[in-house]
Design a protein around this ligand. Structure first.
Ligand code: ADP
Ligand code: MG
Length: 226
């Protein structure tokens, strides 16, 4: 059964009296357990697409169905509720809070969702080889470790889908491999559905599906590594 269905999605931005059409009639059906990589040139609409299908931005036209429910028309409050429990995010800039330790950065996501399971946080930190750094602040560890902390934060409330926008965009090649291996682990061990935007075709080897967009349109959609 499809986990996320995108039907007739359009996104326009008004700009100085003109309308810029960024996404044009996107139709996608993403199943539970897929690892989807969205690629395309800079400015092609990848971030806009990810933001629209994850509820970070409103859509101009069309629907985005999670488990059959169109959340593109949800209120801000309904959307916040959905984000707490069903959706995890990983961004290029890590988005960790600088004055909280790695542990506390993860804990805060639990608290927002009305939970606080210290054991679970420690277990995940250990699985992702971060336990011995749990009391460090983000600026005391490498970019790769910060991003891996962000991955644990995205996972902590057991979301159904994890969205990631250029998660390796700021990382060197060694950290890129570590972070991508972490995503592979989320996919294989935790059976998470992952939808990732990247400009790096090297990352294709981790995914099960490749969607390419050019100029706001899907130009390629294929299963890979089957
Ligand atoms: P990508 O992530 O593929 O580089 P984006 O989705 O960021 O592309 O941007 C696609 C197009 O949409 C670009 O032409 C960009 O200028 C435009 N765009 C993105 N966000 C906005 C916005 N908030 N207002 C106006 N135009 C935007
Ligand atoms: Mg982008």
């Amino acid at each position: 059964m499809s986990k996320l269905e995108i039907k007739g999605l359009y996104k326009n931005y008004p700009e100085g009296g003109l309308i810029t059409e960024v996404l044009k009639d996107i139709n996608l059906d993403i199943n539970q357990g897929e690892f989807v990589l969205i690629t395309g040139p800079s400015g092609s609409g990848k971030t806009t697409l990810l933001n629209c299908i994850s509820g970070l931005e409103t859509v101009t036209e069309g629907g985005v169905y999670l488990d059959g429910v169109d959340f593109s028309k949800f209120s801000k409050k309904q959307m916040a509720e959905l984000r707490k429990t069903k959706i995890g995010f990983v961004f290029q800039q890590y988005n960790l809070l600088p004055n909280l330790t790695l542990f506390e950065n993860i804990q805060i996501a639990c608290v927002i969702a009305g939970k606080n399971d210290t054991n679970k946080i420690n277990t995940l930190l250990e699985k992702f080889n971060l336990l011995e750094f749990k009391n460090h602040f983000p600026n005391q560890v490498s970019g790769g470790m910060q991003q891996r902390t962000a991955i644990v934060r995205a996972l902590i409330n057991d979301p159904e889908i994890i969205f990631a926008d250029e998660p390796t965009g700021n990382l060197d090649s060694k950290s890129t491999i570590e972070v991508m291996e972490n995503f592979k682990y989320l996919h294989q061990e935790y059976k998470k559905t992952i939808i990732m935007v990247t400009h790096s075709l090297d990352n294709l080897k981790y995914a099960t599906r490749h969607i390419k967009i050019i100029d706001g349109k899907v130009v390629l959609d294929e299963q890979i590594n089957a």
